[in-house]
Design a protein around this ligand. Structure first.
Ligand code: FES
Length: 275
């Protein structure tokens, strides 16, 4: 009679089937469509990776006055110097022959790649580690994030500081989106609203970060002695409860803002202007 303690073929591996796991022959006992969420996540992230790679390498159609694509901001390219009034325009000079987006995107992509939510999303969607709750992963061993390269996920808090700078730059770009192509204030086109929606979502996602929550309210013994930090922690905590939704909404909005600039810059249509 089975006692549940018999050695199993792979129990020495230390993987998910090792003791003291119950000896269940079936891969899992879930009967719902548990595969749907990781499949949709994989499709969404893959679509973004394909789109952003194409745009990052295209090195074209990233400026349509007064809008600069968030993938190419701050506008470091030499040819931005004449097109864009930003303080960093042309900072790279002529020595960098590749697309400037390849430098700029390191920071927002590093922020998202190391994000606690995105880690869960792509660990499940692409590595099946595990694919869903109560569904065993196929890997025989588990080392977590204690070794290279996944130990680098601990850089997230530093990417958070970089993300604050990126959000600041995009806020500046959004302000410039309310000038007309002749640098006069008072312009509002459809692109201005696209940029406004994007920057609101970018800030909401950035401030909802778990690292931000810890920075704002962590290491305190008594909230009563720090009322300002308590209020800030409550605000960040409310955003943090929506972190997954904000992660997707801001990913979509930043891609849409870039695509809008691409359409206008490539002459597909003119930016509808309200005033
Ligand atoms: Fe997601 Fe920090 S945990 S951005």
């Amino acid at each position: 009679m089975a006692t549940g303690t018999e050695p199993r073929p792979d129990e020495s591996s230390g993987g998910v089937r090792a003791r003291p796991r119950a000896a269940i022959a079936a891969p899992h006992l879930r009967t719902d469509r548990w595969w749907l969420a990781p499949a949709v996540t994989a499709a969404g992230l893959f679509a973004f990776v394909v789109y952003s790679t194409w745009r990052a390498f295209s090195n074209a159609h990233y400026y349509a006055a007064p809008y600069v694509s968030p993938f190419y901001s701050p506008c470091l390219a030499e040819n931005c110097r004449t097109m864009h009034a930003g303080p960093n325009a042309g900072l790279l000079g002529g020595w960098w022959g590749l697309s400037p987006a390849l430098i700029i995107l390191i920071f927002p992509l590093g922020f998202r790649l190391t994000c606690y939510y995105y880690r869960k999303a792509y660990y499940r969607a692409f590595w099946a580690s595990p694919p869903a709750c109560a569904v065993a992963e196929p890997h025989r061993t588990y080392t977590g994030e204690t070794r290279f390269p996944l130990v680098l996920q601990n850089l997230h808090r530093y990417f958070f500081y970089a993300a604050l700078l990126v959000a600041g730059v995009l806020t500046y770009d959004t302000a410039l989106a309310f000038r007309d192509p002749h640098y006069r204030w008072g312009h509002m086109g459809l692109g201005s609203l696209v940029f406004l929606a994007n920057i609101v979502l970018i800030w909401a996602y950035t401030l909802s970060c778990h690292s931000c929550r810890h920075i704002v309210g962590g290491k305190l013994k008594h909230f009563s002695r720090h009322p300002a930090r308590y209020r800030a922690w409550q605000f960040v905590g409310r955003l943090n409860a929506r972190h997954m939704q904000l992660a997707w909404a801001s990913l979509l909005s930043v891609a849409l803002a870039d695509f809008y600039v691409y359409l206008v810059a490539s002459g597909v249509f003119d930016d509808p202007r309200f005033f």
